[in-house]
Design a protein around this ligand. Structure first.
Ligand code: C2G
Length: 129
């Protein structure tokens, strides 16, 4: 069984998020998703997600393509998570192209094209206007 791992905040869950999870699942048989905690998100973007980590986790857990979910507490722990969850493939959107190449010694690393014209940031901007 090929185990796939991916990571993300998945705030204001949208079609781009669904599509990457569906395509990630197709890279193997079992999909594990690391959900960025509110604290990790704050450290990356200096702001809190709209949805709490508990709600973001519940949404991801409810998807039929997702087999297992955990909280990603730090970007620096990616290698540990890959080993802990025995991942054979790490999948990320190509906005992260090259950023996780150091894990190629632990597993296959695949960057998939982002879905164009949609992002959480754009949704927030449109609602604000
Ligand atoms: N994504 C996508 N198409 C979009 C928007 C997002 O394919 N239009 C993908 C991203 O490339 C990423 C995943 O959806 O692989 C989750 O995106 P975010 O929630 O924005 O994740 P991010 O905050 O970048 O967190 O350790 C890595 C981080 O936790 C990733």
């Amino acid at each position: 069984m090929k185990r796939v791992i991916t990571f993300g905040t998945f705030d204001l869950f949208h079609i781009g998020h669904l599509r990457i999870l569906e395509r990630a699942k197709k890279q193997g048989d079992y999909l594990i998703v690391g959900i960025s905690t509110d604290a990790l998100n704050y450290s990356k973007k200096q702001k809190n997600p709209i949805y709490s980590q508990e709600d973001r986790r519940k949404i991801i857990e409810a998807l039929k393509v997702v087999d297992e979910v955990f909280y990603e507490e730090s970007l620096e722990l990616k290698g540990e998570y890959i080993q802990k969850y025995k991942a054979d493939v790490l999948v990320m959107g190509n906005d992260w192209e090259g950023r996780f190449d150091q894990f190629k010694s632990l597993c296959e690393v695949v960057y998939l094209p982002r879905t164009p014209s949609i992002s959480t940031t754009e949704i927030i901007e449109i609602i604000k206007e």
